[in-house]
Design a protein around this ligand. Structure first.
Ligand code: ZN
Ligand code: MN
Length: 134
């Protein structure tokens, strides 16, 4: 029985659970975060299932992989261009939906590159972490 869809893999209940967890998720979860949540419902699910599902989604442009967290890759189901702010203590990541004029000056030598995008990483300490540091 074929159960393929436009995501490019069989939609098992585990994968559906991963997709629905990601849908509208603004927490920028890591693969470990997703595994910890979904394996509560599907205890036999392997970490590889999460990893492979994220990899397929990424390759098809369904999610963006963020490298702003030095500890682990984080994933963003919002693939519209936007910037990010990370708490350097707890690694909470929030969206920055402000457009910046970041075109390179005409004088800058781009060595023939056609610029297709940019991503700004802001660093800081979140409200909760500021509180707990007294
Ligand atoms: Zn924090
Ligand atoms: Mn985001």
């Amino acid at each position: 029985m074929k159960n393929d869809n436009n995501i490019g893999f069989k939609l098992t209940p585990q994968r559906l659970a991963i997709l629905s967890y990601l849908d509208g998720n603004k927490d920028h979860p890591s693969a470990e975060d997703i595994y910890n949540v979904i394996s509560r419902v599907f205890p036999t699910m392997s970490f590889a299932t999460v990893y492979n599902t994220l990899d397929s989604l990424k390759k098809r442009g369904g999610i963006t992989e963020l490298t702003i967290d030095p500890d682990k890759k984080r994933f963003d189901p919002n693939t519209e261009p936007h910037h990010h702010l990370i708490c350097v203590r707890c690694r909470r990541i929030v969206d920055v939906h402000i457009g910046f004029d970041l075109s390179l000056p005409a004088l800058h030598n781009t060595e023939g590159f056609e610029i297709t995008g940019n991503h700004i990483e802001f660093y800081g300490v979140c409200r909760e972490c500021k509180k707990s540091s007294g």
